[in-house]
Design a protein around this ligand. Sequence first.
Ligand SMILES: C[S@@+](CC[C@H](N)C(=O)[O-])C[C@H]1O[C@@H](n2cnc3c(N)ncnc32)[C@H](O)[C@@H]1O
Length: 324
Amino acid sequence: MIESSRSRTALATSLMRALHSRRDPSPLLDDPWGDRLVPESERDRFGQRILARMDSGARAAALRAPGSILDDFLLTNVAYAGVVIRSRYTEDGLREATNRGTLQYVLIGAGLDSFALRRPSFSRALEIFEIDHPATQAFKIQRIKDCGISLPASVHFVSADLANEDLATALARSSFRRDEPAFFSWLGVAVYLTREANLATLRAVASVGAAGSELVFTYVDQIEFVSGGSRSLGDANAKAVAMMGEPYVSGFDPKEIASDLMHVGLELIEDLDGTKMSERYGRTGANALQPPVCLHIARARVQSDQPVVGRMGRAKRNPSAPRY
Ligand SMILES: C[S@@+](CC[C@H](N)C(=O)[O-])C[C@H]1O[C@@H](n2cnc3c(N)ncnc32)[C@H](O)[C@@H]1O
């Protein structure tokens, strides 16, 4: 990501969720905010960039229906299906966690995720912590203001460059409670950071999350990096990255992910690749959502030997549980 500017991929994923909500026949999400959070001027800029990369024939055809240039680009983007499914998967997990009494939701690299604006009924009591790169977060806060929205005091913005600052240090600036379980999401971020930064973030989740806390995160099979991206993201991804100016940096090996997590204090609960995601959420359905097989979404739990019951009957870390 360019240090001083908001993440273009965050704008694109916001638009993808909105597009899915209004265009796909059987939406997994209802996210009209995805459009509102992206100003008209940004959409125009996107459209111009898309046109600039077309050959003259494609450009002439696209200009016959200028209103659909951006939607067509997003719908055919290799990331589209995964962006939609990862949000639904996360919010399904979050709903289950709130049923168990979790009252804190931390979005790491929140981007323009509109959860705090949509506030599904199951989440009314949640304290929401949005952590993001300062440039993207400032853009989002300004945009929310420009839309005339004031968010409740239960939404907390914490700006942090996770390439240079530890998640735990960032969260310590907020009212986040380490002695209460939390649900963490980390969607579409790990791929932009180094393996070291990613392991630091995972370790920090394990250290700040009380027993019973969970994390949902996406990663790309590192074979993509070994093979130069030709396996299933291929040229499409290279083009998308060129458009956004945010190159992929690292992945994980799915065969090693359980042990990578265990070594930082997390227990793998589930790991779905693109094929499994679409089996669960889309391929045979009306939406025909098929993420690339190398895209993964994983769910993990903060390890603890013997959870003890804490305040309000919720699980709390056993202080004698081993840490990694
Ligand atoms: C592809 S967007 C995903 C946003 C959101 N999670 C979603 O699913 O739409 C990547 C996000 O990672 C954030 N990000 C990238 N590098 C970061 C860094 N070094 N520190 C903090 N956030 C970062 C960007 O600001 C952006 O919001």
